[in-house]
Design a protein around this ligand. Structure first.
Ligand code: NAP
Length: 336
C-alpha cells in the first residue's frame, strides 16, 4: 500500500492584470493509498496553457473558474504507481486533468490510459498529439476551410497551436504566413514549419503594411490566436469571402480593463468575411480521426514538434507566466 506526498499549486487570489507569484502558493498534501476504483498517479509532465488565465478570473471565460485555495487543474501525463482498478496497472501511462500537482489520487475513470506513440515522447500528448494539436486540426480544417493555393495567416505562429496550424496548412497546399515575436522564432517557422513568409510583429513597424507585403495576393484564411492589432491588420489585408478561425486572443488575457477593439470591423461586411469562434472541447468526436492522421504525419516526418521544457513543479508558475512573454518555442510543458 503506497502513500505519497504531493506538491500542489493553489490559486490563492485572483490576478488583476498580469499574474504574479503572490497569486499562487505551493502546498504539500499527503495522499493515502488507493481504494477499489481509485488510482494513485505520479505526474511526469504537466501542461501550462493560455486558457488557464481565463480560469483565474472570478467569472471564468468559457471554462469554469478555478476555486480559490484549491489546487488548479489542466492537462497532464503521469505514471500509475498503484491501482485499485484491475484495468490499470502500476507503470501504465495515463492522460489526466490533474495538472499543477506532481502526484494525485483520483477515481480511475478520471484518467485515460495511453499506449504511447513513442515512450520517449509522452509529452507529445500535451502538445501535437493533444489538445493544442486537435485545436489546430479542427480550427483550421473545419472553420478555416483552406483550399489549395490559398494564403493562410497564423498569429502566435511558433506556439503549440500555431506551429501545427502552419504545418497542416502547408500539407493542404496553402501559402503560409506566420506572425511571431522574435527573429529566432521567425527563422524556425520558415526552416522547420514550412512557412513561406514571416513577420516579427515586435519589429515590423506597421503591421498592416508588413502583412500586405508578405501576402501580395491577400489573405484567405486567418487563424486568430492573438486579437487586437493582429485582427485589425488581418481584416485590412483579407480577401472577399475570407474566413477567420477565431481560436484565441492572447493579447487581451491580462487586461485588467477592456481596451478598445479594432476600428475596422465594417470590413467584415464589405468583404463578406466569415468569423467562427470555436472551442476545442466541443470537438472530442474528431479526436480518433485526428490521432490517427497526426500520428501518421509525425511518422512520415510531415509534422515536426518542438517543446520548451521547464523543470519542476516549483517552476510551473514561471512556465505559465512565460506564455505571455513569448518564452516558449512550440509547446510549453513542465517536467515533474
Ligand atoms: N479555442 C480553443 O479551444 C483553444 C485551445 C487552445 C488554445 N487556444 C488559444 O490559442 C492561442 C495559442 O495558444 P497556445 O497554447 O498555442 O499558446 P502558445 O502559442 O504556445 O504560447 C503563447 C504565445 O503567444 C504569443 N503571445 C503572448 N502574448 C502575446 C501578445 N500580447 N501579442 C502577440 N503574441 C503574444 C507568444 O509568442 P510570441 O513570442 O510570438 O509573441 C507566446 O509564445 C491562445 O490564444 C489560446 O488561448 C484556444
Amino acid at each position: 500500500m503506497t502513500t505519497l506526498t504531493a506538491k500542489q499549486i493553489h490559486l490563492t487570489s485572483r490576478p488583476a492584470g498580469m499574474p504574479t507569484h503572490d497569486n499562487f502558493q505551493l502546498v504539500e498534501v499527503e495522499l493515502p493509498a488507493p481504494q477499489a476504483g481509485e488510482v494513485l498517479v505520479k505526474n511526469l509532465y504537466m501542461s501550462v496553457d493560455p486558457y488557464m488565465r481565463g480560469r483565474m478570473r472570478e467569472e471564468g471565460i468559457y471554462a469554469a473558474p478555478y476555486a480559490l485555495n484549491q489546487v488548479m487543474y489542466g492537462g497532464a501525463v503521469g505514471e500509475v504507481i498503484e491501482s485499485g482498478d484491475p484495468d490499470l496497472q502500476a507503470g501504465d501511462i495515463v492522460l489526466n486533468q490533474c495538472a499543477w500537482q506532481d502526484a494525485f489520487l483520483s477515481k480511475s475513470t478520471g484518467v485515460l490510459k495511453l499506449i504511447p506513440f513513442d515512450p520517449d515522447q509522452i509529452s507529445l500528448y500535451l502538445g501535437t498529439l493533444g489538445m493544442p494539436g486537435l485545436t489546430a486540426y479542427v480550427g483550421l480544417l473545419k472553420y478555416g476551410e483552406p483550399k489549395e493555393g490559398e494564403t493562410v495567416l497564423v498569429s502566435a505562429a511558433s506556439g503549440a497551436v500555431g506551429a501545427n496550424v502552419c504545418q497542416i496548412a502547408k500539407l493542404k497546399g496553402c501559402r503560409v504566413i506566420g506572425s511571431v515575436g522574435s527573429d529566432e522564432k521567425a527563422q524556425w517557422i520558415l526552416d522547420e514549419c514550412g512557412a513561406d513568409a514571416v513577420i516579427n510583429y515586435k519589429t515590423c513597424g506597421n503591421l498592416t503594411k508588413a502583412l500586405a507585403e508578405a501576402a501580395p495576393d491577400g489573405i484567405d484564411v486567418y487563424f486568430e490566436n492573438v486579437g487586437g492589432d493582429h485582427l485589425q491588420a488581418a481584416l485590412n489585408v483579407m480577401n472577399p469571402f475570407g474566413r477567420i478561425a477565431a481560436c484565441g486572443m492572447i493579447a487581451s488575457y491580462n487586461n485588467a480593463e477592456p481596451v478598445p477593439g479594432p476600428n475596422n470591423l465594417m470590413l467584415i461586411v464589405g468583404k463578406k468575411i466569415r468569423i467562427n469562434g470555436f472551442i476545442v472541447s466541443d470537438h472530442g468526436d474528431v479526436r480518433p480521426e485526428f490521432i490517427g492522421t497526426m500520428k501518421q504525419w509525425i511518422k512520415d516526418g510531415k509534422i515536426k514538434s518542438r517543446e520548451t521544457v521547464v523543470e519542476g513543479i516549483d517552476n510551473s508558475v514561471d512556465a505559465f507566466l512565460g506564455l505571455f512573454a513569448g518564452s516558449n518555442f512550440g509547446k510549453m510543458v513542465v517536467k515533474l
